[in-house]
Design a protein. Sequence first.
Length: 525
Amino acid sequence: MCAPPARRGSRRAWGWVLCVALAHTAWLPLAVADDWRARGTVAFRGGDLDGALAAFTRAAVVAPEDAVLWNNVAVVLWRLGEGDAARLAVAEALAMRTPYPEAIANQRHFAGHDAPQAKAGIPHGEVRFLRALLDRRRQARVAARTPVAAPPSVAVQAKSNAPGPPLTVETAAPDLPPMPPQPRPLQRMVARYEPVRPAAPPTVANRPPLPSLLPTAMAQHETPAEAVAVAPVPVAEATQAEGEPSSEAVPAALVYLPAGVPDVLVVDKGAHRLYHYRGTVAGPRQVASYSCVVGKNAGRKEVAGDLRTPEGVYFIEELLTDTQLAPRYGVLAYPTDYPNSFDHIAGRRGNGIWLHGTDEPERLALRDDSQGCVVLANDDLLSLSRAVREGRTPMVVVAAIDWVEPQASATRAAQITGWLDGWRADWEQGDLEAYRARYGREFFRLAHTRPSTWLRRKQILLQAEGRREIELAGMTILRSGEQLVVVCSQTYRSPRHTDTGTKRIYLAADGRDYRIVAEKWLPAG
């Protein structure tokens, strides 16, 4: 029997309600994810970082395949002082979507800066959860080797007075087709080369004495562990490019490079060449040279965004592999410590100066095509990577190399090491007035202290320490213009304690004399 008309309409109405409910249930996760991300964006713009992190964490649980969300998470974590977790989050965003300019800008800033001081009362539970989730996703991606693409985004600049990089919190653009996966050449290319690091670095024998006035016992000091030679790349005669100097001449930038210390990279901006040098018993020897790309604009870098490559002595700080990089940076990248102490003194600004590869070989023919970085072909960078040590390898960048005979460098090295021996003796003997005179005004300005306060602290320390013995060994002396950087192993002994590590001393020429403008201490291990 048919149902009455009113009842039939009631069933039809309930059918529509059920359809709507099922549709709502199907789209609920997406709607919830968008809602939590929107709440996080509102909280971020209002300065509530804890609230933003809580909302973004909930969005990550519902919809973790969202590159924009992970970039937002990275921004909030960085502002909270969680630098390591922020780097993981921005790497996740880049692994899911390339190119991603906003995430690339954040990653470059994270690589070139220390995270802000951690905020009090950070929600550590949510930070631990996000870190664990990111670790699991990274491990799964490495196992599967299948990059994930996510839709592009429209950036919405966050309005905040907090210092930091161009950090943005974003919302996704609707219904745009995903970017196709970008092939990564690292696994294909790396098989052509030996491992980046040897299993057991060789020891160094028969080191020559320092060309200096240093005491004989110090000059013959055994090479410390921190200065042991790296991968056994043979020192061979590199193919001489047209216009390159003879094998006898060395760059004036290499004032002293003995055997057993980390190799040195020298970049000639004018010639667009990167030279790889190693110290040997016979003096600095060229291992290889490569064509390179430098900044689009000529001259020394002065401010952020001027598209110039800086000039000075810089150090490779860390290694970024292809899983952490957009394709434009090639298979490897090495962030440097620009700006260094000399740059801070001169007021030079900017960051994110890297040595990296490129997936676009045609850039090598353009020569001046970077935003300030030094760029090598992927093959060349992979070959060079066998000798690069993060935190130890120097890269000297000059406008044009001044090629000199080895004896000219030896004479200058003797002057500098003689001066350094006087500095060491003043420190060891407790002659504080003479010791203080070897430091320039810039040193105290960078250290944010007065000379009198610094001297008083030294006096208290030396009186408490008693007899001291200070040894320097494994010395490298590098030069860019009148700026000098000395890297050596330093051992300090007193009745109270002993420590060993690597010391970087930044020296400025002062007529026929020198003055220390900065020091950096890297403890052993």
